[in-house]
Structure formats: structure tokens, C-alpha cells
Design a protein around this ligand. Structure first.
Ligand code: CP
Ligand code: NVA
Length: 303
């Protein structure tokens, strides 16, 4: 199976992945190593955009499970060459990689590229982020909350503040799978798109008023206002998103116990203040740690 978006997985499958992640974490903490579930296997990782967490998490995951990771930067395989499509077509890349590797991970600009890889590959394709989705991030986010509470508390509310981007889309859809109450506050015109909303089974609150969105919330989540590829809009976005900063004033409208989440990389002073992200309420580095646990769990689950 492929993981092109979070809705490719059922609730049961996600909980199975969480159990694997928890067991592998326990095993590693206790013995300093993991059983070699990915022994003699390889993950081919295509990156059209930069990455710290996704790249390192999957590379370390493959190594710790006895396999290896091959990093393929976009200029190496996609963009160079005289062919109008780049060096070769996406479908040919998929059909070659399945001869050599056991999993493909791809971080790309367009979701279409992920779909094309998946349609042409006999081995699982994992979406490592595209314009619309970031499913491995959502698995780590939900795992972090699930692990913190030993399950999902009834009436849990998750609120996203900022841009209705890939991270927000996947988080909303992940919450939807579990029936978790989800709320989002964005500037007008930056809401989660209709195309993504259609994939959800439950209704969620979408408002341009961030204070209204964080009312009674357990989690406040934010992400950059300028996703990779939108750098030209930097000045414009900084102005539009200013009222959507996650700061202590906004926090005072949430539950006293509310936790702060961010997929990272963070931009202190833009979408979040240093005071908030570095506060005891912040669980951003737990999320980051969960990226490795989920990467390991996915390698085991998908092969
Ligand atoms: N959160 C996340 O995906 O981080 P990277 O962009 O560094 O991989
Ligand atoms: N929305 C961000 C996520 C980075 C992990 C981006 O696409 O750049």
C-alpha cells in the first residue's frame, strides 16, 4: 500500500502503526537497539525541497532497523537533463526505483507527482510532504498526543492557527479519522480548501477569529506562514498573517492546560513567539522525536 495522504490509512491501521512505534521505542530505550525489521532493505528518498526532520528521521530509522537509505536530491534525478520533463519521467523513475529499493519516500512540490509515483510503483510510496499533504507529520503529531494521554481523551480539541497549508490539511484529516474536534483560524482566503474539506467525514470549525478558535482548546498548533516554494510572498504574507501569531495573549484564551505544537522549522517572532515555543507548554520536540518513531513504524508496517 501507499501513503500518499493520511486518509489512505484507516483508524485501525493508524493505531497499529502507533503500537509498533511504541514497542520499537520501548525496545530501543531498553536494549539500545531494535530488531532488524528492515534488514537488507532500502528506502529511496527523493527530495525536491529541503528537509531536516523527514530526511534524518527516515535515514536513521532505516539504519536502526538494519537497512539503508539513499538520498536523491531533485537536481540529480528530476530537474537536470535536456528532456522537457527533466532528466526522465516520474513514471520511469518509479519503475526503476522499484527494481532497487523496497520503499520510495518523496518530498515534492505537486501532489500529482506523488500520485504518479504511486501509480507506477509496485513498492510502497510515502508522501514526505507535498503542496497538499504531510501525512508522516500528522502521524507523528497524533502519536505525540496519543502517547501523552495514553489514548485520545473524549472531547479533545485541536486548534490550528495560521495558514491552511499541507500541515493543516493533514492534521484536520487525521483528527477527522478519530472524530477529534478540530478548529482552524486563518486569514480570509487562506482557509483549508474545498478539495481537502471534501475528504473529511465530520464538520470542523473554520474562522478568521483566532481567539474564537482557541476557546476551550487542548492543543494549539501552528506552522510557518511561508511554506517552501512561497518565498516570493514573504512580505505580503508577513503582513496578512500578523494577527495570527501564537503568543501568550492568544494562549490566555485557550484552556489553562493547553499544549503548543509546531511541525518545525519554526520562525520565532513570526508565526510563534520565542516565549511560547520555549515555554513548558510546548511539546514541539516530543513531536520531533515522534518523527523517528513513526518513520521506524512505517518501515516495518509497509514492508
Ligand atoms: N516537519 C518537517 O517535515 O520538517 P522538515 O521539513 O525538516 O523535514
Ligand atoms: N508548511 C510547511 C511545512 C514544513 C515542514 C512547508 O510546506 O514548507
Amino acid at each position: 500500500m501507499h501513503l500518499t495522504k493520511i486518509t489512505d490509512l484507516s483508524k485501525k491501521e493508524i493505531l497499529e502503526i502507533f503500537d509498533i512505534a511504541k514497542d520499537l521505542n520501548f525496545q530501543h530505550l531498553n536494549t539500545g537497539q531494535n530488531q532488524e525489521h528492515f534488514k537488507n532493505k532500502s528506502i529511496a528518498m527523493i527530495f525536491e525541497k529541503p528537509s531536516l526532520r523527514t530526511k534524518v528521521a527516515f535515514e536513521v530509522a532505516a539504519t536502526q532497523l538494519g537497512g539503508n537509505a539513499i538520498y536523491l536530491s531533485s537536481p540529480e534525478i528530476l530537474t537536470s537533463g535536456s528532456n522537457i520533463q527533466g532528466r526522465e519521467s516520474i513514471s520511469d523513475i518509479a519503475k526503476n526505483l522499484e527494481n532497487f529499493a523496497d520503499i520510495i519516500l518523496a518530498r515534492v512540490f505537486s501532489h500529482k507527482t506523488i500520485q504518479e509515483l504511486a501509480e507506477n510503483s509496485q513498492i510502497p510510496v510515502i508522501n514526505g510532504l507535498c503542496d497538499l499533504h504531510h501525512p508522516t507529520q500528522t502521524l507523528a503529531d497524533l502519536y505525540t498526543i496519543w502517547d501523552l494521554h495514553s489514548g485520545f481523551p473524549k472531547d479533545l480539541k485541536v486548534t490550528f492557527i495560521g495558514d491552511g497549508c499541507n500541515t493543516a490539511n493533514s492534521l484536520m484529516l487525521g483528527c477527522d479519522i478519530f472524530g477529534i474536534k478540530f478548529s482552524i483560524s486563518t486569514p480570509k482566503g487562506y482557509e483549508i480548501s474545498e478539495k481537502i474539506t471534501q475528504l473529511a467525514k465530520h464538520k470542523f470549525q473554520s474562522t478568521n477569529n483566532p481567539k474564537k478558535a482557541v476557546k476551550n482548546t487542548d492543543i494549539i498548533y501552528t506552522d510557518t506562514w511561508i511554506s517552501m516554494g512561497l518565498e516570493d510572498e514573504f512580505k505580503k504574507r508577513l503582513k496578512i498573517f500578523k494577527p495570527y501569531q501564537v503568543n501568550s495573549e492568544l494562549l490566555s484564551h485557550a484552556k489553562h492546560s493547553a499544549k503548543i505544537m509546531h511541525c518545525l522549522p519554526a520562525h520565532r517572532g513570526e508565526e510563534i513567539t520565542a516565549e511560547v515555543i520555549d515555554s513548558p507548554a510546548s511539546i514541539v520536540f516530543k513531536q520531533s522525536k515522534a518523527r523517528l518513531l513513526i518513520a521506524k513504524a512505517l518501515l516495518k508496517f509497509l514492508t
